[in-house]
Design a protein around this ligand. Structure first.
Ligand SMILES: [Zn+2]
Length: 357
């Protein structure tokens, strides 16, 4: 700022001087005869210093400027002030830009320091506790079935429910269970590998009727090995067919799969597997879900849950007693994708299990 004041003072001095100069020169030029006369008089008085005296006389008119010269001087001073203001503004702009750059550089340096500190902290401190609202679950390890109820608050039923599935089917009440009414027909479908199983969504119009309620087939999917056990015995695979009634009640039909001859419906699904997880294949062919049903229609029934998070309860389970067959090649193909995607059996907790006589 001191530089600016000096600059201002200096500029003002120069401006004043240059404003005085032109009238002085003009006066000197226009009044040459009188100047000569005065010089001659002075020469008479002192012949020794004629040049110096002439110079003194020439300077005299400048000490008393005319009105015109004063106006010109004022004008020049205004110009100079405007010019100075512009220069100060420019200088301030440069200073502010420099200051902003310094602030930005300091912020960058601070951020770098924090990042380094965080990096050091990450090395020296234990990882934070697992968040209680993850959507990640699996069939093994940290995110496996034993921890589903702790992964997400909305999945607490997986850990604390008393009507969970699957269960080991034993000590059922043998009664004359009504026949399940099946109304399945060849339907359009699409296939997705959802990261937990191969799931087939079926076009509308496929129903099962039980306990005077009609449930429409929504989708079916596969587990390996079977989630259900019958008197402790597991099966190589199981198909779960999920149905829903108009009020939103769920009915899950389970068809156990054992090794044997190939199944057309399963083969049609395998033929249309998507190449990537979560990609949906919508084939231009139909699927006959009835071909997944065993000839004998005896079954077990109990109240249970979905066997994947969030493990919602209130699901009517219907497990067909007679297993269906799939070929070793069909079994092997699924096991390449999902060698294990079955939830372990859950406590029956005194639930009633009914079974066909
Ligand atoms: Zn299932």
């Amino acid at each position: 700022m001191r530089n600016l004041v000096a600059f201002f003072a200096c500029t003002l001095a120069i401006s004043t001087a240059s404003a005085n100069d032109p009238p002085a020169s003009a006066k000197a030029a226009s009044s040459a005869p009188s100047a000569s006369k005065a010089a001659a008089a002075k020469t008479a008085a002192s012949k020794a210093e004629p040049v110096k005296l002439a110079a003194l006389d020439n300077a005299k008119p400048a000490a008393a400027p005319s009105a015109k010269a004063a106006a010109a001087q004022a004008l020049s001073e205004a110009d100079a002030e405007a010019e100075l203001s512009a220069k100060i503004a420019a200088r301030l702009a440069v200073m502010r830009a420099n200051q902003a750059a310094r602030v930005a550089a300091a912020a960058r340096a601070k951020k770098a320091t924090v990042t380094r500190r965080e990096a050091v902290a990450a090395i020296t401190q234990p990882p934070p506790a697992r968040p209680f609202h993850s959507d990640t679950w699996s069939y093994e390890g940290e995110t496996g079935p034993a921890n589903w109820g702790k992964i997400n608050a909305a999945w607490s039923k997986c850990g604390t429910g008393t009507r969970q599935s699957p269960i080991d089917l034993r000590d059922g009440m043998k009664v004359d269970l009504e026949q399940i009414g099946f109304d399945y027909k060849p339907s359009g479908f699409n296939v997705v590998d959802n990261g937990h199983t191969v799931q087939v969504t079926v076009g509308g119009g496929n129903f099962l009727t039980v306990q005077n309620r009609s449930y429409e087939l929504i989708q079916f999917h596969f587990h390996r090995p079977s989630e259900e056990r019958v008197n402790g015995k597991g099966f190589e695979m199981v198909v779960h067919l999920l149905h829903k009634d108009p009020e939103g009640r769920l009915a899950m039909l389970a068809v156990l799969l054992e090794r044997g001859k190939g199944n057309n419906t399963i083969q049609t699904v395998w033929n249309n597997l998507p190449l990537e997880k979560l990609d949906v294949v919508s084939p231009n062919v139909v699927l006959d879900v009835a071909e997944l049903l065993p000839q004998r229609r005896d079954y077990y029934t109990f109240m249970g849950s979905m066997t994947t998070p969030p493990c919602n309860e209130g699901v009517l389970w219907l497990v067909m007693k007679q297993p269906m067959q799939a070929s070793p090649a069909q079994m092997a193909l699924f096991s390449r994708m999902y060698p294990l995607n079955a939830r372990p059996v859950q406590a029956s907790s005194g639930r009633m299990i009914k079974e066909s006589n």
